[in-house]
Design a protein around this ligand. Structure first.
Ligand code: NAD
Ligand code: MN
Length: 358
């Protein structure tokens, strides 16, 4: 029997709660499928590790997970450690060296969940946002001088490379082509940012020529927020920069009912390195330790993990189980207006996996 090696990095806050739930669900799924097993190795990296060792993960951390088939990640961020240390010390310290340049973020209004957009449900909101995940505004280029003086100055330089933009554009066109509507929206801000964003627009035109069967349009990012709210049906696949897609995908998650539902995959499409799957939310300081975190975003990320491993049938089984559970309001956590706890939702999904007929 095939055994997949998964590196579980729960990290901080509710990351620990939802990753534990996600691992339970994956193990239940493997038992139900009977064709493969998961060997899950846990890594206690994160802010507690930082407080003990002065770094978020060990120096050879990446070597330890380099040969796993996939990474399941929770969140990095604690109330008493600066966010730029936790983010750069763990999440970006994995994403960037492992060249997980394609960040894929599906959004749908799942059964039983109410979008804050009046009258929008089901197929009217079915998007995938592709976020450039290796450079752009989060390239880490910049500096800070004259600290403590009135002359203090700071820069964050957005760095867009032709190679980086071409590969994310090609990935997004390919993903759009694989979906029924074959429809892509390229989001930039090329009116105000007249160098990098103009290059994005030009590269979009070039790559579009390789995908004559994909219909595409382009949109400025500010106008895109309005289109997402006013005409959600007009959108299918979206590609945008690291920063723009970061913001748009939080909006997308909220429009689908809750940040707690939204999944993401950090993919190295060439599979030279493991890819990483995580809910898009963070540590949620306001609810951590209370046992009420919504684990659906992590479960949906596990579906993406299964797809990436080449187990789409198992992924579909898990997605059906998730949808059966969201359809039942008894299993809604407080972020969805219910009173279920993380363990209730997890048990319900496992039950749905076990009894699921298909
Ligand atoms: P957050 O996602 O942690 O929380 C935003 C709001 O959404 C909170 O009210 C929270 O309770 C709610 N929420 C989020 N996930 C939920 C879930 N699964 N179930 C129910 N409610 C949920 O964002 P934030 O408050 O901006 O950030 C908190 C910390 O997390 C910061 O340190 C930040 O840097 C970190 N963070 C990490 C990641 C990551 O590692 N990928 C992503 C985002 C934020
Ligand atoms: Mn974000």
């Amino acid at each position: 029997m095939k055994t997949y090696r998964i590196a579980a990095i729960p990290g901080d806050g509710i990351g620990t709660e939802v990753v534990a739930a996600g691992v339970e669900v994956l193990q239940a799924l493997a038992r139900r499928e009977g064709r493969f097993a998961f060997q899950v190795d846990h890594f206690d990296w994160g802010s507690d590790y930082y407080k003990r060792h002065g770094r978020m993960m060990p120096a050879d951390g990446r070597e330890q997970i380099r040969h796993h088939d996939a990474i399941m990640f929770g969140s990095a961020g604690a109330p008493d450690v600066p966010d730029h240390i936790t983010l750069w010390g763990l999440r970006l310290a994995i994403c960037q060296p492992f060249d997980q340049y394609a960040n894929v973020r599906p959004t749908r209004v799942l059964p039983g969940i109410v979008s804050p957009l009046r009258g929008v449900a089901g197929p009217e909101l079915d998007w995938v946002i592709v976020r450039e995940n290796s450079e752009g505004e989060y390239a880490g280029v910049g500096g800070r001088v004259h600290q403590g003086s009135p002359l203090e100055a700071a820069t964050d330089v957005a760095m867009h490379t032709r190679k980086g933009v071409e590969r994310i554009m090609r990935f997004a066109f390919g993903l759009a082509r694989s979906r029924p509507r074959k429809l892509l929206t390229v989001v930039t801000k090329s009116n105000a940012q007249r160098h990098g964003m103009v290059m994005w627009d030009e590269i979009a035109v070039e790559i579009a020529a390789e995908f004559p069967d994909v219909t595409w349009d382009k949109m400025l990012v500010d106008a895109m927020t309005m289109r997402m709210v006013m005409r959600p049906q007009s959108i299918d696949t979206v590609v945008a920069t690291n920063l723009h897609a970061d913001i748009l995908s939080d909006l997308a998650a909220a429009l689908a009912g809750s940040l707690g539902i939204a999944p993401t995959a950090n993919l190295n499409p060439e599979r030279a390195f493991p890819s990483m799957f995580e809910p898009i939310h963070g540590s949620a300081f306001d609810i951590m330790g209370k046992g009420i975190a919504n684990p659906i975003g992590t479960f949906w990320s596990a579906v993406m993990l299964l797809d990436h491993l080449g187990e789409p049938a198992a992924g579909q089984r898990l997605m059906r189980a998730i949808e059966r559970v969201t359809a039942d309001k008894r299993f809604h956590t407080p972020d969805l207006g219910g009173s279920a706890r993380t363990v209730d939702v997890t048990a319900a999904v496992i039950r749905a996996i076990e009894v699921g007929n298909a």
